[in-house]
Design a binder for this molecule. Structure first.
Ligand SMILES: C[S@@+](CC[C@H](N)C(=O)[O-])C[C@H]1O[C@@H](n2cnc3c(N)ncnc32)[C@H](O)[C@@H]1O
Length: 274
């Protein structure tokens, strides 16, 4: 999947992916940040997806404003509809890339990015651009899941292979599913101060009920089958059509198991501009 900015991005923006992201809230994905936000702030949510977290932020920073930005037009369209559905007046959604933010220097009090940085080829460049749009004394917060923490049971060989294939697609696109553990260092290297980190479940999440594991398996199978992923995985010789079909079947069967459970821990890091 090509984003509007031309960079390869795994997850796309189909209805299944949008449904997965719509479950996210500021309470579930930004609990570590909410106590630090203040009414009247201008906040930017980079890689906002369908905007469910952004719309929650808008309530917290009112009478300030929340801005959501994403490369994919389909996500921004959905986010704009969500804002209307929720009657959010102080939220604005723009198509654009974190590498080239369409905002003036020093506009924002806080910039947030949830599950964006693991997909980026140049995280340092993205942080430099985020610095540019932050006011002095501004706050940055980035969070991603780290695949070193995946707890997925029952763990059949096919399921392990499925996870490894997805990690390879992300790496091929320039991302890193193990980047999250380096978030504090990335913020320090970008010149942020008073950097702290915590663990979060608001990135990949916890899928533990029968409805949740079925939903997760359907989404994961869809991701494996997505035309661009399948073409890349087979083209690179990481798998073949028959094996991939078997892996997808195994993932879907896993989702039906009453003992299925999936969880992944994320790392959330915050830092300040002096
Ligand atoms: C996994 S989704 C997360 C969405 C949202 N932050 C959330 O947690 O619900 C990552 C989003 O980042 C967007 N994205 C990817 N590369 C981007 C870039 N260079 N600049 C801005 N957004 C980007 C994708 O289009 C996608 O919507």
């Amino acid at each position: 999947m090509q984003t509007d900015a031309g960079a390869a991005y795994l997850h796309g923006a189909n209805s299944m992916e949008q449904a997965r992201l719509l479950r996210r809230t500021a309470a579930s994905s930004a609990a570590f940040l909410l106590p630090q936000l203040q009414p009247g702030w201008e906040l930017l949510d980079c890689g906002c997806g369908v905007g469910s977290i952004t719309c929650d932020f808008a309530k917290v920073v009112a009478p300030g404003h929340a801005f959501g930005l994403d490369t994919q037009g389909a996500q921004i369209e959905r986010a704009r509809r969500l804002a209307v559905e929720r009657g959010a007046q102080n939220v604005n959604f723009d198509i654009g890339s974190v590498y080239d933010l369409p905002y003036p220097d020093g506009k924002f009090d806080a910039v947030f990015a949830n599950t964006l940085f693991q997909h980026l080829k140049e995280p340092g460049r993205a942080l430099a651009e985020i610095r540019r749009v932050l006011k002095s004394g501004g706050l940055v917060a980035i969070a991603d899941d780290d695949h070193g923490t995946v707890l997925w049971e029952p763990r059949t060989p096919a399921l392990t292979e499925a996870l490894s294939l997805i990690a390879r697609v992300i790496a091929h696109n320039g991302g890193d599913v193990y980047r999250a553990r380096h978030h504090p260092r990335l913020l320090l290297e970008a010149g942020f101060v008073r950097v702290t980190a915590t663990a979060t479940l608001g990135t990949g999440g916890v899928w533990g009920s029968p409805e949740e594991t079925r939903l997760f398996a359907a989404w994961f199978a869809d991701q494996l089958r997505a035309a661009a992923s399948e073409e890349l995985m087979i083209g690179q010789g990481w798998t073949d059509a028959e094996s991939l079909k078997a892996i997808v079947g195994d993932v879907l069967a896993w989702g039906e198991r009453p003992d299925a459970f999936f969880a992944v821990v994320g790392v959330a890091a915050t830092g300040w501009l002096d």
